[in-house]
Design a protein around this ligand. Structure first.
Ligand code: NI
Length: 253
């Protein structure tokens, strides 16, 4: 069974065929999915999908790129949604200096507020770190007991070593199948299999040979194939281990 721990099925890219697609994914081997919200609206949509489909779970949060959508009540609304029984994490939260490096202080404050929320609720977090590795690491170090995944890990080998030592999981997505993926492959080589999560980040980041097309969880097989090749372990075992990892981290029985 494949567990796609990161796919945005609430995104408009799925407006035409969301229900058809989600209904058939289990028959294509995708037995579990987490849909992380990026705003209050998308977090609410993610909860609605989790209520509708047994195999879909939700995470709720405000993504750093969506800082412009924040209102005075946003974090209270996220907190209320996070208490839903099918909400398994706070995410997608983090720092993104690629899209916007002019609001670093605001991004950090939003990130910290949501990390504290996760600790209060005793839930793991799903972290988005783009071009903000140093600050993300520094911030997560501040919180004892915090656990979760660095989604689509893109930091250095040294940072990966530290995160693994601290108990974090690392998420691997379509980009590991790209030709220029040297650093991500090095990280994958050193990452113990019991800390690997597999993700699509649908509708983005389609793996080779689907690169450039809309991504969906059925393409997770290409990510698994690459991990199996790098680790020298069968695809079946990679599927089983990563599904167990996801269930353990997100407390899904
Ligand atoms: Ni994402």
């Amino acid at each position: 069974m494949l567990f796609d721990t990161h796919a945005h099925y609430d995104d408009d890219a799925f407006d035409d065929d969301r229900d058809e697609l989600l209904a058939v994914l289990p028959s294509k081997g995708v037995g579990l999915i987490i849909d992380p919200g990026c705003t209050v609206v998308s977090s609410r949509a993610s909860i609605a999908l989790a209520e509708r489909y047994d195999h879909v779970y939700s995470a709720v949060g405000v993504h750093p790129e969506e800082i412009g959508t924040l209102t005075d009540s946003s974090l209270d609304e996220i907190l209320a949604l996070a208490k839903h029984p099918k909400c398994v994490a706070v995410g997608e939260i983090g720092l993104d200096y690629y899209w916007d490096d002019t609001h670093k202080a605001e991004q950090k404050a939003l990130f910290r507020a949501q990390l504290e929320m996760a600790l209060t609720l005793d839930k793991p977090v799903i972290i988005h770190d783009r071009e903000a590795h140093g600050d993300c690491l520094e911030i997560v170090r501040e919180y004892e007991g915090l656990r979760g995944v660095f989604h689509c890990y893109s930091g250095s080998v040294e940072m990966a070593r530290e995160l693994l030592r601290r108990g974090w999981y690392l998420g691997f997505d379509g980009p590991i199948t790209y030709k220029n993926a040297r650093k991500a492959i090095e990280v994958l080589e050193l990452c113990p299999t019991d800390r690997i999560l597999i993700e699509t980040d649908s509708p983005y980041l389609s793996p080779v040979p689907m690169r450039g097309k809309r991504n969906d969880s059925s393409n997770l097989q290409f990510v698994v194939k690459k991990i199996a090749e790098v680790k020298g372990i069968s695809e079946e075992e990679i599927c089983a281990v990563t599904a167990a990892n996801g269930k353990r981290l997100f407390n899904i029985i």
